[in-house]
Write a protein that binds this ligand. Structure first.
Ligand SMILES: *Cc1c(COP(=O)(O)O)cnc(C)c1O
Length: 371
């Protein structure tokens, strides 16, 4: 039995977006971030499909368990773990053949110890902090750390990378240019002591869409692969396709009288006699409670406003005073198109006061993913 609430992922659209990213990046290699359940789209299915179609050379994850799950399900593409790995996770990460990010001397020696325990060589990417101030080495430490990696018999300095916190908005252009210039200079110094580095990378979606990628030879576009822009405004349009379509079903229809309230807290009161449909989705599915009396849903190409508070498992919408064309079992579109109407991820993000990334990441595990 299909679940009433589903998130359908258009893999053709996702691959199209990967191709667009590569084209914008002048044919550079592509690392597809699949962290956080592939931004909510399904870790294993997305990764496997990328591997089958060959639309990226690398995958990117955030936590060791994601990598272990990918290996357990037959994914053989190289996997870079973006974030630092705690010492107790290193053995599992190395067993799963995850490429590690390192950003200080302690992390390098811990990786070295773990590589020795595993009896094999481990590839690492040295993370340089050029302005994000989150993780990574100070630029002045770059050569010393690179030398430490090169000197470690069981480690291989395969990559050098940095991250760009404001590559997605025009006001950040100067800051990003400075970061990229600093990064170029750091890479030059590293290569002077460590020899040529195989992979040099800095570009997230914002940079792929709007910046000169310089001497880098790999890109890390995430959100654009999933069909959205990193910034809600999006000043660098590209030929991206919608990837996710989130639907639920009507599970009840009733008529209520003017003056009656709908839902918890009695926050919404009918101004006129009207018809209410209840939809089988709530904040327990990741349909944010911030949509209460503010969001809208599509049925048969018609838009209906959310009436009252989003519940954990159900949400009510106002169908209006006329006898409704809507019936129990009808498909309800939360994200996607219906007839000539469209609700984009960015519309929900704007309404919730957040970014597109969070909207799909919040879609709960109980929502069935289909492909
Ligand atoms: C998530 C992530 C990306 C992808 O960023 P988008 O803005 O989704 O393109 C790239 N690099 C690192 C290090 C990340 O953590």
């Amino acid at each position: 039995m299909p679940a009433p609430t589903r998130f359908h992922v258009d893999l053709d659209a996702l691959h199209h977006n990967l191709v667009v990213a590569r084209r914008l990046a002048g044919g550079r290699q592509v690392l597809a971030p699949v962290k956080a359940n592939a931004y909510g789209h399904g870790l294993v299915e997305v990764a496997r499909s990328i591997q089958e179609r060959g639309t990226a050379e690398w995958l990117g994850i955030a936590v060791t368990a994601e990598g272990a799950q990918l290996r357990a399900t037959g994914v053989t593409l190289p996997i870079l773990k973006f974030s630092p790995t705690l010492p107790e996770d290193l053995d599992e990460a190395i067993a799963a053949d995850i490429t590690l990010s390192v950003g200080d001397a302690a992390a390098i020696s811990q990786a070295q110890d773990a590589a020795r325990r595993a009896g094999r060589e481990v590839a690492v990417h040295l993370k340089i902090d050029t302005g994000m101030r989150r993780v990574g080495a100070e630029p002045v430490q770059a050569e010393e750390l690179a030398e430490q990696i090169v000197a470690a018999a069981n480690l291989r300095l395969q990559g050098v990378f940095t991250h760009l916190p404001i590559s997605d908005v025009d006001e950040g252009d100067d800051f990003t240019h400075e970061q990229l210039a600093r990064f170029d200079e750091v890479v030059e110094r590293i290569e002077a002591v460590a020899g040529q580095v195989e992979l040099v990378h800095s570009a997230n979606s914002g940079a792929v869409l709007g910046h000169d990628l310089g001497r880098t030879n790999l890109i890390r576009p995430g959100i654009m692969v999933y069909g959205s822009y990193p910034d809600v405004v999006g000043s660098h349009p590209a030929d991206l396709r919608d990837v996710g379509r989130w639907t639920s079903r009507v599970n009840f229809v009733k008529r209520i009288n003017a003056g009656e309230s709908v839902g918890y807290g009695r926050t919404w009161t009918a101004e006129r006699d009207t018809w209410i449909a209840t939809v089988a989705v709530g904040y327990g599915d990741g349909y944010s409670r911030l949509n209460s009396s503010r969001g809208r849903m599509l049925i048969g190409g018609v838009s209906y406003p959310v009436a009252g508070r989003v519940c954990m498992d159900q949400t009510m919408i106002d169908l209006g005073p006329e006898p409704p064309a809507v019936a129990v079992g009808d498909e309800v579109v939360l994200i996607g198109t219906s007839g000539g109407q469209r609700i984009g991820v960015e519309e929900l993000a704007q309404l919730m006061g957040t970014i597109t990334y969070e909207v799909t990441c919040l879609i709960a595990g109980r929502v069935e993913r289909t492909y």
